[in-house]
Design a protein around this ligand. Structure first.
Ligand SMILES: Cc1ncc(COP(=O)(O)O)c(C=O)c1O
Length: 384
């Protein structure tokens, strides 16, 4: 028997090695990885620049604790501040922990209790992350949730206007709901939400854990809309596989996160921050992001042409290299067929196939993936 708790439904492929967009299985097969480790390996598997940065740090020191000043941490924080237009960073180890930091900071800074989040959202598996998440299935069996969180319909301005009040600390949302089905925020909603927050002294928290670090073609997805969030949270792609999360906020929030107010033993450790710095240096430059956007356009263009017209396909949604194909059938059996054909993809909700290829995926790999998608979806027999 496995000695792991069965929290994950594992796939049948055990990776042997991986490079770029390709995973080689112990079964001897080559697979196109259009999951990037669930939106993590944005530079593909084992990018050289990240490997070199980590190796360099491994030879200096691995862990000394946050009681010491560490230039590598400062450098990563500076880069995040420059790219987000925000000022201060708290480093954590994961997305859920970054959200915990943001939630605690918003409540302390405003002295208010309520946080508004949205239906189909996903904010992590810690107790507050789970309570913040707008999906019942994530909460099943865990008993009473924290009362802090109110869930509203996504992209619905009227309900937001009605709910914001003097006890609202923050509005927290994803620009594209990733786990919840690839639902993109509307321009009108996000702009109005930002104004409503500003008018009511409510902090706007953008959860960029899946959408950040170039995934949508901009450094951060909120930058498509010209808004200025108070806090953003980042994780996944930031370390390209080395565990790191970050809550990044405005300078005026710094006084509420003073010494002893929050912490993490491993948060911002030098191995992960050296990886993050190398990742940001590679991704946050105009040339790289233009290329990634062009690959995103190619992906959507080919998907629309090849599978958009099939009966089984309801809608294709997304931005940059974050794509969702909503089907009229359950996604899981389709994912199993795709894996047999050599393409590894994700689901998002029950009926959406989600594609998150590395941002440096090649044109040929995009063409190959869409061609496998087309043959799998065209040949799929719906059994009732
Ligand atoms: C938008 C969003 N927020 C939070 C999380 C939680 O991140 P982690 O699994 O690193 O705790 C995820 C993970 O899928 C996510 O997509």
């Amino acid at each position: 028997m496995s000695h792991l708790f069965p929290t994950y439904q594992r796939w049948e492929i055990e990776p042997d090695k991986a490079e770029g967009t390709i995973i080689y299985g112990k079964d001897g097969q080559r697979y196109l990885d259009f999951t990037s480790g669930i939106g993590v390996c944005n530079l593909g598997h084992r990018p050289e620049a990240v490997e070199l940065a980590v190796k360099k740090q491994l030879e200096l020191f691995w862990h000394v604790s946050n009681l010491f000043p560490q230039s590598i941490q400062e450098a990563a924080a500076k880069k995040l501040a420059e790219e987000t237009g925000l000022d201060c960073v708290f480093f954590a180890n994961s997305g859920a922990e970054a959200n915990e930091a943001a939630i605690k900071l918003a409540r302390k800074a405003t002295g208010r209790g309520k946080i508004i989040t949205f239906m189909q959202s996903f904010h992590g598996r810690t107790f507050a992350g789970m309570a913040a998440t707008g999906q019942e299935k994530i909460k099943q069996g865990f008993g009473r949730m924290l009362e802090t969180f109110i869930h509203l319909p996504f992209n619905d301005l009227e309900s937001l206007k009605a709910e914001i009040d003097k006890d609202t600390a923050a509005v927290m949302l994803e620009i594209i709901q990733g786990e919840g089905g690839i639902h993109v925020v509307t321009n009108e909603f996000i702009k109005e939400a930002a104004s409503l927050c500003a008018e009511n002294g409510v902090l706007l928290i953008i959860d960029e854990i899946q959408t950040g670090v170039g995934r949508t073609g901009k450094p951060f997805a909120f930058q498509h809309f010209g808004i200025e969030p108070d806090i953003i949270t980042v994780a996944k792609g930031l370390g390209n596989g080395f565990p790191i999360g970050a809550a990044i906020g405005k300078a005026e929030l710094a006084e509420f996160f003073g010494p002893g107010s929050h912490g993490s033993t491993f948060g911002g450790n030098p191995i992960s921050t050296s990886a993050a710095l190398a990742v940001m240096e590679a991704i946050f430059n105009a040339g790289f992001l233009e290329e990634a956007s062009a690959k995103g356009e190619l992906l959507f263009d080919l998907l629309h042409k090849s599978v958009g017209g099939l009966d089984i396909v309801k809608e294709i949604r997304g931005l940059g290299l974050m794509a969702g194909i909503e089907l009229n059938v359950e996604a899981q059996p389709i994912l199993a067929e795709l894996r047999k054909s050599g393409l590894i993809a994700l689901s998002a909700g029950e009926k959406v196939v989600r594609l998150l290829p590395p941002l440096n995926v090649t044109r040929e790999e995009v063409e190959e993936a869409v061609s496998l998608m087309k043959s799998t979806l065209s040949n799929y027999k719906v059994t009732v």
